[in-house]
Design a protein around this ligand. Structure first.
Ligand code: GLT
Ligand code: MN
Ligand code: MN
Length: 389
């Protein structure tokens, strides 16, 4: 067995405590396994070569813990981190499990719920800061509706913005080195969720008081549930300087949020995703937000975690092959470097240059007649992915 795809902390792979801790409960069935406890998860993942773990406040500290219990639990957890060298680069808050959040948190009509959500989130930020996290993810678990008559969706946006603004001020005031990453999802657990896609989040961010402190945390499964091309969504986030974090998993299109093992479904889209992250030197954590099939015991969960990291490293190697394949590179050269076909043209507007543009005679038919050789390019790409090239 080759050791070639053995992960190391330098690969920056992380897992949510809720991922390997997942007991296999679903809306139709009870838990099938215990899941790894936080301390067990840290040890198991460290053994496999991960860089760290991420957590919701309540993945570690029960919602009803006293301050003394909290400190005890956190200290034990810190000890496991210290023993293994594992890091906590990202923390988040659970604003969806307790019934108090049944109609949303920051967008609830009830000011007590909105205020409690801020209280809970600021405490979760304190916990994240204590554990060394520099990214705080906000996934609006139940920020949405089934009954649109119940809330003014314009007002909901204002409330959501107000809360994120509050949290930014809190981080500044506390002198924490923390940035926020907003995670979109189109639906589930609500019928419809607000700001449902990464693109919608990117539209919201410039309207915040501190847009420089806020980016996105796109998740494979969530964009694919909406039928979108995840690679394109991440590319837009990256190009806007807003790819602060990423949730890697897999998903069949148009279904419930499956959170499948990374690399298990849409291998081609994942190939382009890995190519994007590697070609553009994304430096954030590579976070797996997925869980093992409900058929698995703890050994199966370990295999699942290994599989996520291994598939990323395999795809990374395929990307290297693609980037150094002479035939593919020759084709790309011909397809992408066409400046000689329109010498000296500058695509920035000026009145003079526009006069020149108006004077150019384009031979539409001649331009359109040229075949683009995408069949060949795609076949060569597939052969790399399928392992015969
Ligand atoms: C939950 C959700 C994920 C989010 C997590 C962060 S919790 O598992 O399905 O997509 O990233 O709140
Ligand atoms: Mn996620
Ligand atoms: Mn998901």
């Amino acid at each position: 067995m080759t050791n070639h795809y053995q992960p190391a902390p330098s690969d920056r792979f992380t897992f949510g405590l809720w991922t390997v801790g997942n007991p296999g409960r679903d809306p139709f069935g009870e838990p099938v396994r215990t899941g790894y406890s936080p301390v067990e998860a840290v040890k198991m993942l460290a053994e496999l070569g991960a860089y760290g773990v991420c957590l919701h406040d309540n993945d570690l500290v029960p919602i009803d813990a006293t301050l003394q219990q909290r400190d005890q639990i956190v200290n034990r957890f810190k000890q496991a981190l210290a023993e293994t060298g594992m890091k906590v680069p990202m923390a988040t808050v659970n604003l969806f499990t307790h019934p108090v959040f049944k109609d949303g948190a920051f967008t609830s009509n009830d000011p007590r719920v909105r205020a409690y959500a801020l209280q809970k989130t600021t405490a979760a930020i304190d916990l994240g800061a204590e554990l060394g996290a520099s990214i705080f993810v906000l996934w609006g678990g139940r920020e949405g509706t089934e009954v649109d008559a119940s809330k003014d969706a314009v007002e909901s946006m204002k409330r959501y913005r107000e809360s994120v603004n509050y949290l930014c001020e809190y981080v500044i005031d506390s002198k924490y080195d923390i940035k926020f990453a907003l995670e979109a999802k189109p639906n589930e657990p609500r019928g419809d969720l607000y700001v449902p896609t990464t693109g919608a989040m990117l539209g919201l961010i410039p309207t915040l008081d501190h847009p420089e402190m806020v980016g996105v945390n796109p998740e494979v499964a969530h964009e694919r549930m909406a039928g979108l091309n995840f690679y394109h969504a991440v590319a837009q986030a990256l190009e806007s300087g807003k790819l602060f974090h990423i949730d890697l998993n897999d998903q069949k299109p148009g279904r419930f949020d499956q959170d499948l093992r990374f690399g298990s479904e849409d291998v081609k889209n994942n190939f382009f995703l890995v190519k994007l992250l590697e070609d553009y030197n994304y430096q954030g954590p590579l976070h797996f937000d997925a869980h093992a099939y409900r058929t698995e015991d703890l050994e199966g969960v370990r295999e699942f975690a290994k599989g996520c990291m291994r598939s990323y490293l395999i795809l990374k190697e395929k990307v290297k092959r693609f980037n150094s394949d002479p035939e593919i590179q020759e084709l790309l050269q011909q397809l992408q470097h066409l400046d000689a076909d329109l010498p000296g043209f500058d695509f920035r507007y000026s009145a003079d240059k526009h006069q020149a543009l108006k004077a150019i005679r384009f031979d539409r038919d001649q331009i359109a007649a040229k075949g683009l050789a995408y069949e060949k390019l795609d076949q060569l790409t597939m052969e790399i992915i399928l392992g015969v090239r």
